[in-house]
Design a binder for this molecule. Sequence first.
Ligand SMILES: Cc1cc2nc3c(=O)[nH]c(=O)nc-3n(C[C@H](O)[C@H](O)[C@H](O)COP(=O)(O)O)c2cc1C
Ligand code: SF4
Length: 403
Amino acid sequence: MTATFPDLLMSPRLLAPGGAPADHGTHEERYGPLAYGDPEALLRLVAESGLTGRGGAAFPVYRKLVSVAESGRRTGRAPVVVANGAEGEPASRKDKTLLRLSPHLVLDGIQVAAAATGAQEAHLAVEEGASALESVLTHRRDPVPVKVVRLPKRFLSGQSSALARYVGGGAALPAYKDPPIRERGVGRAPTLVQNVETLAHLALIARYGPDWFRSAGTPAQPGSVLCTVHTPDREVRVVEAPFGTPLHRLLPLHGTSAVLLGGYHGTWVPTTEAAELTLDATTMGAGVLAGLPADRCGLTETADVLRYLALQSAGQCGPCHNGLPRMAAAFRTLATPGAQGTTRTDIARWSGLVEGRGACHHPDGTVRLVRSALTTFAAELDAHARGFCTATAPQGELTWTSA
Ligand SMILES: Cc1cc2nc3c(=O)[nH]c(=O)nc-3n(C[C@H](O)[C@H](O)[C@H](O)COP(=O)(O)O)c2cc1C
Ligand code: SF4
């Protein structure tokens, strides 16, 4: 039987219940067939829904669709849609989970995005699970054909211009900002890059409309969002929750000293602060929520993440080439009990020098993590400077640092 509107008000909206992948029959039974009006009507629905991107930056989807559609009309070139399933963020599992459990919802969303922009070509780019998705595609008759693209496993593969470059036959490296890919991306055509979760929400908005979408979440941040939750006892789960949900309902805070919000490009907050926060698009980045067990050293964990981020940079721009390795090495000094000299002020100064100076936001995300660590772990920094560390557990083996 086709799922009714009220059934779908219940969370989860996106993930197939029971943890089993939904085949096309089950998918249509649950959500009903995909039907949508003309591009203008579709764009109105998206505008009214208030849907924002779920790939990290929470950019309004309506604005992106309109600007790609306009570029297509202006240049006379049909746009290209790229579904971003890279999930290069090591602490995130939500996109892989969505693609495994509800691939048809993402594929429906690609068709909706193509209809709204006038695209004739579409790609679904993933680092894992490409063969399974190719087999899912054989069960569909889509108006716009979708090709699955296998991405190299790198943090930067999912950055939108790197993705567009790779899909177009180049290297998976970010391009310089001008012209933006919404004007010239894959094969020099206007290109829409949208996170796979964003597209899954789009597929539901096309079916059930903006009022249904807004029946979850808050007026300012409507809808639900997928989160990857890392509990202090090393359990990892992907949950869907409405914006505005208190964080402590998703992540058990007992036994943690701090929480990482948003992943490797995210922010540390002390547990006492996290206890007062709700799910918020501006802080949640790609939806990662990780509790730091109270017996761990947040500085050492951050130093490990910074080392990873410095190694993952494409090294094309000065801030990444010079700044990130230097900051990562200096942070390791802070993470090691003993004399720190001017290291703290050096890192603060370098943060200001690299911020906003890269061709992509990799340095900015890295600086965000560094600054929040210096504040959240200020007491631990002082302890290290006096030659001791309060952590009692061995380092490593945290689920979110296993990159
Ligand atoms: C270094 C870097 C890595 C990124 N990796 C991903 C990724 O793996 N997946 C993703 O959806 N977006 C990623 N993004 C964001 C994309 O550039 C882009 O904003 C996003 O895919 C747009 O989709 P959305 O508007 O639906 O969120 C990354 C951005 C940066 C700066
Ligand atoms: S800022 Fe860094 S990651 Fe981004 S393009 Fe430049 S070198 Fe590459």
